[in-house]
Design a protein around this ligand. Structure first.
Ligand code: PCA
Length: 218
């Protein structure tokens, strides 16, 4: 099969933000660009950490690459595991300005859109596979209210009537970053790359998700 005919998986990472010089979400996704999983070609794109522009670029990437699956990845400093996000909510509430200086507070992402969208990915099956591989992973019940949730919500809104599956994964600081944040947990970029490969493979192979407890009390 020629590479143009191959089905595409779109994988996105973000630019650095919040005084960091790197973003492990881009370091990990970039490393998978051009690789193949289950006969699908991975295309990696970097998104800006900007409300509005991030989503515009994501929609352009979807239009250009015509993926069957979209996985967006972002950094969540302070978390210890790969966080498989369950839900995106229709609100922007920024603790810090984005990379273009915008700091929306309590604004809707899509005017009069649904309050939330659930991921379309089989996060329980992905969780089980990651644990089997010894990679720290969890189901997360919130992707926050910053640019990552913005992109996740906008992704699910854009895909709402399409046969493309989409979802979001947050990852911890890299060890290099965590060194500047005393006490913060870290996960090597190599481990994240391995984890993303597993997550994508399971997402491509799993239709109906597994029934497996991974909830939280708070
Ligand atoms: N993390 C931020 C935005 C970009 C990123 O990598 C977030 O969690 O919203």
């Amino acid at each position: 099969m020629s590479s143009e005919k191959q089905k595409v998986v779109l994988l996105t990472g973000f630019a650095p933000f919040d005084d960091e010089s790197v973003n492990p979400s881009w370091q990990a996704t970039r490393a998978l660009h051009g690789r193949h999983i289950n006969g699908h070609r991975i295309v990696a794109r970097q998104l800006p950490v900007e409300f509005g522009a991030s989503l515009k670029e994501l929609r352009t990437a979807i239009r250009e690459t015509k993926p069957v699956l979209v996985l967006c990845v972002g950094q969540a400093g302070g978390r210890a595991s790969m966080s498989l996000e369950r839900v995106a909510i229709n609100v922007d509430d920024a603790r810090i300005p984005d990379n273009a200086g915008a700091q929306p507070i309590d604004s809707e992402i899509v005017r009069a859109g649904p309050a939330a969208y659930f991921t379309a990915l089989p996060i329980k099956a992905m969780l089980a596979a990651l644990h089997e591989a010894g990679i720290p992973a969890e189901v997360s019940q919130t992707a926050g209210t910053y640019v990552c949730n913005h992109v996740f919500y906008g992704l699910m809104h854009a895909l709402r009537n399409r046969r493309i599956r989409g979802g979001f994964v947050h990852i911890p600081y890299s060890p290099e970053q965590a060194g500047r944040h005393p006490g913060a947990p870290a996960l090597p970029v190599e481990t994240v790359i391995r984890g993303l490969r597993i997550a994508l493979q399971v997402a491509l192979e799993t239709g109906t998700d597994r029934r497996l407890a991974a909830g939280a009390e708070h």
